[in-house]
Design a protein around this ligand. Structure first.
Ligand code: ASP
Length: 319
């Protein structure tokens, strides 16, 4: 038994990426993994570790959560997040948040400061004001890349995870925006276990590009996008509607508990046998300090480290 930390920056990465887009995201994964490793090595609680790591991912404009959230069909931002502690099964979640810089921290406050699990829209915003969490104007969240992604999604008349083919701008400038819009972003998440087997999970997202106003995905749904108990902690990413139908995060834990499968087998079974191909991925850690990071899409931004010195930062399966 030893500690382990795993994080993701979204599944569904296309089979290749422009170098610039890849390099930025890889650098962010390395940097943020190190923050998680330092925190867990310094005996911070796994709950603090997943919150800290997800906050960093939310603050990074290269991922679809917090700053960098993708846009609704109205061009607005509606973020969602959840967090869960495996030992106590306490959990918190928020949806429809428009001004909170770190939705994962608001989810933790719902868990710790209210008798409820899940607050959404106006109630979640009012609670954020009452708790005095950091908020920002909408311009903080909206990046030029996401304005372009929404435009392309509308032109193609589709709701999408966030990958779109580049289109040339009027003056044919193939600039960063075009490159960026050819890049898969992703929901973010982190799972952690300490040396005593305390397991936690957290997930945060802006949702899907061109989603309907009011749409809620899997990320804040306990048991779908996020789950932790005494066996494992799981954070999922992919098409929320599929993940919710299959209760992905809870099913990994259930297969371990009821069928006696190990973490890697359980996670692989759900991702490869249960879910349709091309829909999702997850990161998970077990009470014994094992890590699983399967996905059935071309790639998933991911990183992990364990107490015995193992470290991995990868995007595609052959990395
Ligand atoms: N699962 C997220 C959602 O459907 C999207 C993602 O993981 O990229 O809202």
């Amino acid at each position: 038994m030893g500690w382990a930390v795993a994080l993701h920056g979204g599944a569904g990465v296309p089979a290749s990426l422009p170098t610039e887009s890849r390099v930025h995201r890889e650098a962010a994964l390395h940097r943020i993994l190190q923050i998680g490793v330092s925190a867990i090595s310094a005996n911070r609680s796994p709950l603090d570790v997943v919150e800290l790591v997800v906050r960093e991912l939310e603050n990074c404009p290269h991922f679809n959560a917090g700053k960098g959230s993708v846009l609704t069909t109205n061009g607005t931002v509606e973020m969602e997040a959840s967090i869960m502690d495996g030992n106590t099964k306490r959990c918190g979640a928020v949806s429809g948040v428009t001004s909170v810089v770190n939705p994962v921290s608001l989810a933790r406050l719902v868990m710790e400061k209210t008798p409820h699990i899940y607050l959404a829209f106006d109630g979640a915003e009012a609670f954020a004001r009452q708790q005095g969490v950091e908020t920002a104007d909408i311009s903080h969240f909206i990046t030029p890349e996401n304005i372009e992604r929404l435009k392309q999604a509308k032109e193609a008349n589709r709701v999408q995870q966030d990958y779109v083919q580049p289109i040339k701008t009027e003056d044919q400038k193939q600039t960063t925006v075009d490159h960026e819009s050819n890049t898969k972003l992703g929901t973010v998440g982190c799972v952690a276990v300490d040396g005593q087997g305390n397991l936690t999970a957290a997930t945060s997202t802006g949702g899907l590009v061109n989603k309907m106003v009011g749409r809620i995905g899997d990320t804040p749904i306990i048991g779908a996008g996020t789950y932790a108990n005494k066996y494992c902690a799981v954070s999922a990413t992919g098409i929320g509607e599929v993940i919710m139908r299959e209760t992905v995060a809870r099913d990994v834990a259930a297969v371990m508990e009821y069928k006696g499968l190990g973490l890697k087998e359980a996670a692989a079974y759900i991702i490869h046998e249960v879910l349709p191909k091309g829909t999702a991925g997850l990161v998970a850690v077990s009470v014994a300090g094992e890590v699983a990071m399967p996905f059935n899409t071309p790639g998933m931004f991911r990183a992990c480290a364990t107490e015995d010195g193992f470290k991995e930062v990868a995007i595609w399966s052959s990395d």
